[in-house]
Design a protein around this ligand. Structure first.
Ligand SMILES: [Zn+2]
Length: 137
């Protein structure tokens, strides 16, 4: 199960708000299924309807993650006016069967919703995840 450090989780939610009304996107990295490092990524689409990471920036971040002995655990992006469920374009562009796709919905901005999925060969499966307080292991 994906676990996300509280601080990392909060950064992600804040990033989604900060980049509203466009979609935000980023990468969560960590070890042993525990995401603890957050990378906000540029949305080259600069759109409220879709996101696309810059391959060069992504390459750079992936290198940084490896050098820190971590791995990419999840790719997150926000939906500003639709539920936290992958769009057909999201499914088409889900190239990593082994990472989680975290969706943040700001449809109701007073109550952001976060959900995690695996997307494999066009199939979307919701996965439970846990937010882990900073002090615990
Ligand atoms: Zn989407």
């Amino acid at each position: 199960m994906l676990r996300i450090r509280e601080g990392c989780y909060q950064f992600m939610i804040q990033d989604a708000f900060r980049r509203f009304p466009n979609e935000a996107c980023g990468i969560l990295a960590g070890k042993d299924g525990l995401a603890r490092t957050f990378f906000a990524m540029k949305n080259t689409d600069e759109s409220p309807l879709s996101y696309l990471m810059d391959p060069k920036e992504q390459f750079h971040v992936m290198k940084h993650i490896r050098e820190g002995n971590e791995e990419m655990l999840a790719i997150y992006h926000s939906h500003v006016a639709s539920p936290a469920y992958p769009s057909s374009k999201d499914v088409q562009l889900a190239f990593y069967p082994d990472v989680y796709y975290v969706l943040i919905s700001l449809q109701d901005r007073s109550r952001p919703v976060a959900k995690a999925y695996r997307i494999q060969e066009g199939h979307v499966r919701e996965e439970p995840f846990k937010v882990i307080p900073e002090e615990s292991r």
